[in-house]
Design a protein around this ligand. Sequence first.
Ligand code: ADP
Ligand code: MG
Length: 748
Amino acid sequence: MLKLKGYLKPFAGGLLLAIALLFLQAICDLSLPNYMSDIVNVGIQQGGIEHAAPDAISEEGMAFITMFSDDAERTLVGGAYKLIPNLIASKNEDGTGRMYDSRYPQAGENLFIRKQLDTEERAALDRAFGLSAWTFINALQELPFAAESNMADMQDLDLKQLYPYLPLLTMALEPDALQAAHDKAAAQPEPILAQAGALFAKAFYAELGVDTTRMQTMYLLRIGGLMLAIALLGGVATVLVGLISSRAAAGLARNLRHQVFAKIEGFSQTEFGRFSTASLITRCTNDITQVQMFMNMGIRMLCYAPLMGIGGVIMAVNKAVSMSWIIVLAVVIVVGIILVILALALPRFKLIQKLTDRLNLVSRENLSGMMVIRAFGAEAHEARRFDAANLELSRVNLFIQRVMAFIGPMMMLLMNGVMLTVIWVGAHQISQSALQVGDMMAFMQYAMQILMSFMMIAIIFVVVPRAAVSAERIAEVLYTEQTIRDPQAPHAFDPARRGVVEFRNVSVRYAGAEEDALHGLSFTALPGQTTAIIGPTGSGKSTVAHLALRFFDATQGQVLVNGADVREVTQKNLRDTIGFVPQKGVLLSGTVASNLTYGRSEASTEEQRAAASIAQALDFIEDKPEGFESEIAQGGANVSGGQKQRLSIARALVKDPDILIFDDSFSALDFKTDAALRKALREHAADSTVLVIAQRVGTILHADQIVVLDAGQIVGMGTHSELLKTCPLYFEIASSQLSKDELGEELA
Ligand code: ADP
Ligand code: MG
């Protein structure tokens, strides 16, 4: 997978931006439950009052609070408020009074206003107020005549009615009892203190004539609006990340396809031997799609899931440490499930790509060999072969899907289990006043987020190895050392030896073969001459032609074209000087004209006609209704074998090369056409070097030089009449093909 990282460079900027946006998305997603818990705890439970210490408090209220404080708290509270005396008198004098009047319409003569405090001081002050409130509640419960009182009774506390009884209460209480009530309050957890404090603060505000319902509504609207904004922000980030990663993934796939294709273009037969054509096609399509999918989804999950997992744990623990064990347990179970599933599914992913290769291979062979299959009545056999490959693939796919199908329900079960456990445990803690409802709800959401992120990590574990297998297969192609490469410092051709093809003691062994295909071959083909190569099938004739074109390199010896070693010139220069007609005529989809001008796109219509005429193709081309513009189907399926060969020959001639190589190109022609073609060729390509590979002696009878090959060795070289006398193999071939008269003439 890492081997392909170089190809990510053009998208690095976008990906970094996407990762930054993922951070933003995670932060948004993680903060939402927190605000929800604020809405429940503060907005609903505390009546929208955030702080136990109110902004303003009446003189009686201050006396009440300090009554239930210890000395340190009393000093703290005393220092945190300043007294505004004679509020009513000052009302008409300056703006201060009027301002307080509008805020606290029912304030009495004297009012305490909270000073500006920093967050820490404020928290300490809140705690002091919360402690006083709880001390009061605890003290009430100590009284013999007091009914069981709790926080619920404090919801609509009316302080005006309470104040007159305070002196009685203090009198009834032993000093020790007050201390005990305070100690008990100090043992309460922070949120519970805050809650009681906030209820008292609400009462203090109500006493001053503040509209506490409005306060609550404002708080709910403020936090609700904030949540909405955060959700929107997170949504925008999600959309942007999707956009960026999709673009990057599609771009990467495009680049990879381009690179793989370009690489394959430069492959020689050796490399094609290593990868089957089917496998190369799978790598160029299916494998790249896998990598694209990973880029698109995987990267998003890869960054988002750990952020959510870690962030979720931190937030959840913050909300309720006491329930962390639930998360630990759930995560252990999730990891366990994931491990089992991975162990089952992972080894099969590699298999899937291999099986896809095989399916491609079988279907390709079937499609291209359809004629043969029909002619031999082998449809049933082929269908079985295809079915076998198909079944195997679907079997493995099914297995993986079945295993994967477990993930969903298992996660559902687990999530619901976690939810139940949280509610069970949380409800107990809430009833013991150890936990706030909102915190439990937030904890539950964080637990879900954590589980979801582990689920995502599980999916990553599925996508990553799959993509890794594909990436590996793509990298294999991209990092294949091409055996045929242009030299660092290419030489130029020797103008004095233009058209000369020379083999110097050339031996060749195909990769993986046990024996050399050619043994120490030496001969020279000169311009203006026809050099023929004849020999039984498998004797190495095509190999000679391919060596001259440098489709692969000689194992030993040297192949020289135009006086230069083929390994020392560029492949383009080399192939530009050679017109090659392959043994198997291959046409490309397009028109007759587009095929003829394949080697030289600027060739004029006249030149095309001339070449077609030499190749004896003009007649049948002109017989077609659209002439040179007639369609040629893929692979030349809509012309006959002989026509295909003649078009291939014309295509080589249009190039007007110095060297012409015909690899058994006349075999599909009838004798008359063969002869006419050779005659025309002698006239029009008199200066060229012509290399004719043939099986028919008739085709090469008049060649200036004939090379007889047998099992990769030259067993004779000379003209027809010389060879008849000196080369037994040639005599044997000739006598099997020519009539007694023809032979006799020569021998005489
Ligand atoms: P001809 O054209 O004379 O029929 P070739 O030149 O095609 O013969 O092949 C010569 C020998 O090399 C044969 O024995 C053949 O099996 C072997 N051969 C040809 N092409 C390959 C290849 N790509 N890999 C391995 N062996 C090959
Ligand atoms: Mg051949």
